[in-house]
Write a protein that binds this ligand. Sequence first.
Ligand SMILES: Nc1nc2c(c(=O)[nH]1)N[C@H]1C(S)=C(S)[C@@H](COP(=O)(O)OP(=O)(O)OC[C@H]3O[C@@H](n4cnc5c(=O)[nH]c(N)nc54)[C@H](O)[C@@H]3O)O[C@H]1N2
Ligand SMILES: Nc1nc2c(c(=O)[nH]1)N[C@H]1C(S)=C(S)[C@@H](COP(=O)(O)OP(=O)(O)OC[C@H]3O[C@@H](n4cnc5c(=O)[nH]c(N)nc54)[C@H](O)[C@@H]3O)O[C@H]1N2
Ligand code: SF4
Ligand SMILES: [Mo]
Length: 699
Amino acid sequence: MSPRRIVRSICFECHSRCGALIDVDNDRIVNVKGDKDHPFSKGFVCPKCRATKEIIYHPERLTNPAKRVGEKGKGKWVEISWDEAIGEIASKLLKIRDTNGAEAIVFGQGTTRGLPPYINRFLSLFGSPNFMGTQNLSGYPIMAGSIYTCGFSFMANADYGNSRCMLLWGQNPHSAWPGLFLNDIYDGLRKRAKLIVVDPRKTRIASRADIWLRIRPGTDDALALGMLNIVIENGLYDKDFVENWTVGFDKLKDHVKAFTPSKTAEITWLDPETIEKATVLYARSKPACIGAGMAGVCQNTNSFQLNRAITILSAITGNLEVKGGNLSYLSPLRHRACYGPDFDACKNLPSEQSGKRLGAREFPGVRFTLSPAESVWKAVLEEDPYPVKALLLFANNSMISFANSNAVREALSKIDFLVCVDYFRTPTTEMADMVLPAAHWTERDDIEDLMMKNHVFCQPKAVNPPANCWDEKKILIELARKMKLEGYWSSVEESLDYRLEPAGVTFEEFRKLGKISIPIAYRQYEKEGRFQTSSGKVELYSERLADLGLSPLPIYVEPPESPLNTPEVAKEYPLVLTTGGRSIAYLHSAHRNVPSLRKRFPDPSVEICPDTMKKEGLKKDDWVWVITPRGKMKSRVRPFEGLHPGVIHVYHGFWYSFDDGWKTVNDNILTDQMAHDPAVSSTQLRGLLCRIEKCNPTA
Ligand SMILES: Nc1nc2c(c(=O)[nH]1)N[C@H]1C(S)=C(S)[C@@H](COP(=O)(O)OP(=O)(O)OC[C@H]3O[C@@H](n4cnc5c(=O)[nH]c(N)nc54)[C@H](O)[C@@H]3O)O[C@H]1N2
Ligand SMILES: Nc1nc2c(c(=O)[nH]1)N[C@H]1C(S)=C(S)[C@@H](COP(=O)(O)OP(=O)(O)OC[C@H]3O[C@@H](n4cnc5c(=O)[nH]c(N)nc54)[C@H](O)[C@@H]3O)O[C@H]1N2
Ligand code: SF4
Ligand SMILES: [Mo]
C-alpha cells in the first residue's frame, strides 16, 4: 500500500451508510472526513465515524483468538492460534450435527452487519435452518407488514425530498439516521412540505413539526386504525386506486368504524381534534410519505398489524410507489448483494429440515428469514421443540440487546458451545467458550447496501487489520474449508465477485466505480399488472393471514402491561416506560469505551418531564432506579420538556465501566421476553410499566 492516500469508503458504524474519506499514512488511519460527493450524506459524518481511530487503535481491542479455561462468565482466557480455533469449532459443530442434528447449531448476527450472504449459504450447506437475528425488533415487522399487504418490501423508504407531507412515525432521524434521511427531510422542509411527527418525545424533528402527536407508547396501532377511519369516513382516499388495486375495502371500512376520533384519543392519550387535523393534512397532501421508525414501530407485541395498518394508510391515499410517497428499491443486484444467492438459509434445505426453523411454527411471519432470539433461548432452556447446543454469534451483544437479560444469561449459561466474534470484550463474550477478533470495516473489502436508498456502495479496505484480526467473511470461508462444505466460496474475492454478478462487474471494477445506482421504479404494479401478493392487489383484508390463523384485518392490541390492560400492576408501577431511543454518540451497546463519545453522553440516562421530576423530588443528574416487575436499572435523570408527565424514557445499551453493568445499568433488565407479536415475534420494548426511586449511585 502506498504511504499517504485518501480512500473513499462508506462508514459502517451505524446504518446511515455515509460517505467517508479515510486519510491513510503508511498503513495507519490519520483522519476520517465526510465525502461531499456522496449522494445522500453529502459531506456529513457524525462523531462515531470521526472516532474511527480511537476505535481501531483502542488498547482494549481484541487482537487474538482466545479460549476460556474455567467456569462460564468467570473463566480465564488463553490465547490460541487461528488454526486451533477453526479446528476446534469445526470438530465441535460436526460432532453436534452427528449427535443432535444440524438444527442444534444456530448462527447469529446483531443488527445489519453484512453477513447474511455468508451465514445463509453456510447454513444451507451445513444443514441448519437457524439464523438468529435482531430484525424482529427492527425493520422486519415493517417489511413483513408491507409484504403481506402489497408485496413490496419497505415502508421505511419514504421519498421525503419530493413530498408535500412527511409523516414521521416513531422515527428520530437526528439521532438514528442523520446521514441517510436528514438531508432529504430538510430538502422537503425547504420546499415547504408539511411535517407530522408521531412520537411520545418531542425530539428535535418533532419540534419542527406542523403537528406533533405525543402518543402513549405502544398504542400506535389504535392511532393508525383511527386515521384509517377518518380517511374512509371523509372520503379522503384515492377512489380509483381503491377500486382497481385493493381487495377488502368494505370489510376494512366496517372494521375501523369503531375507532372514532374520541375512542382513538382515549386510547392514545392524544386529543381527537389533533388526530383529525393530522389525518386530513396527510390525506389531502399529494404526494405524502410515511417514514416509519425502524425501532419506533417495531418493538411491540402488535408490530406486524401496526405496520399493515400504516402500509394500508399509504396505499389507500394513493401514495405507494409514487414520487414523493413510499418507494420500493428492490433489484436483483441488491437481492444477491445483501442476502446472497440463497436469500434464506432454508432455501436449499430439504423441507423436512427447513420446517425445523425455530420460531417458524409459532410466528408465521418469520417463516422466510430468521429465528427470533426468544425461540432460540426457549430451545436451549427447555429443549422445545428440540435442544440447541451451539451458538456462533457475529457482532451481537445478546446480553444487552435482547429483552430480559436475566433470561438471556440463563440460556447462554446453559448452552454447550458459544463462540463470539467481536472487536471488544462484552458481557456476551464473557459467557463464551471462544472469542474471535474481527477486522474493522476500515480493514476489510465489502459491498454496502441497506436497501433504503437506490445505491449499492463499495467499501474498500483502507488499512490492514492487526495481524490476528480476521475479516468475518474469511472466518466463515476457512471454517467451511475445514468442514469440507462443498460449494462454499474459496476466497473473499470470489464471494464479492459472486455478489456483484447481477451488475456484470467484478469487485476490482466496482472499486473504481465506487457505487452502482439502481433506477427507481415508480408504479411498478401498473407495468406488471399486479402487486406481488396472492390476489395481485393490495390486501386490505388478507385471506392468506386468515389461513395462518392471524387477523385478516389490521387490529389494535393494548400492550400486555399497561394502565388499561393491567391496572392492578399500574398501581404499583404507575409510569409508562419506553426504552431504546438512540443517541448519536453510540450504536446500541457499543462505543462506551471510546473517550470522545463517552464525553458526549457519559451516563445511562432516563428522561423525565420537569413536572414529574418535581413531584418525585428529583433534580437534574440525580441517580434513580427505574423499576419494573422484572428488575431495576440505575440511571441519571435528564429533564425532558416534551414528555407526557405519565411517561418516562430510558436510553438503550449501557453496561461498560459499571461493575456488573449488565445487571445494573442495562435497559433490558427491565424488559420482558415472554410476550410476542404472533406474526413476527417482536417483543414489547416500547410501552411497559415502571416506577422510579431515588438511589445512591454507589449502592
Ligand atoms: N430495550 C431495548 N432493547 C433493544 C432495542 C431497543 O430499542 N430497546 N433495540 C433493538 C435493536 S433495533 C437492535 S438492532 C438490537 C441491536 O443488537 P446488537 O446488534 O447485538 O447490538 P450492538 O450493541 O450493536 O452489539 C453489536 C456488537 O458487535 C460489535 N461489532 C460492531 N461492529 C462489528 C463488526 O463489524 N463485526 C463484529 N464481529 N463485531 C462488531 C460491537 O462491538 C458490539 O459488541 O438491540 C435491540 N435491543
Ligand atoms: N446513533 C444511533 N443510530 C442508530 C442506532 C443506534 O443505536 N445509535 N441503531 C440503528 C438501528 S439498529 C435501528 S433499528 C434504528 C432505529 O431507528 P428509529 O426507530 O428511528 O430510532 P429510535 O430512537 O429507536 O426510535 C425512534 C423514536 O421512537 C420513539 N418512540 C418510543 N416509543 C414509541 C412508541 O410507542 N410509539 C412511537 N410512535 N414512537 C415511540 C422514541 O421517542 C424515538 O424518538 O436506528 C439505527 N441508527
Ligand atoms: S451517521 Fe455516523 S456512524 Fe452512521 S454511517 Fe453516518 S457517519 Fe457513520
Ligand atoms: Mo435495529
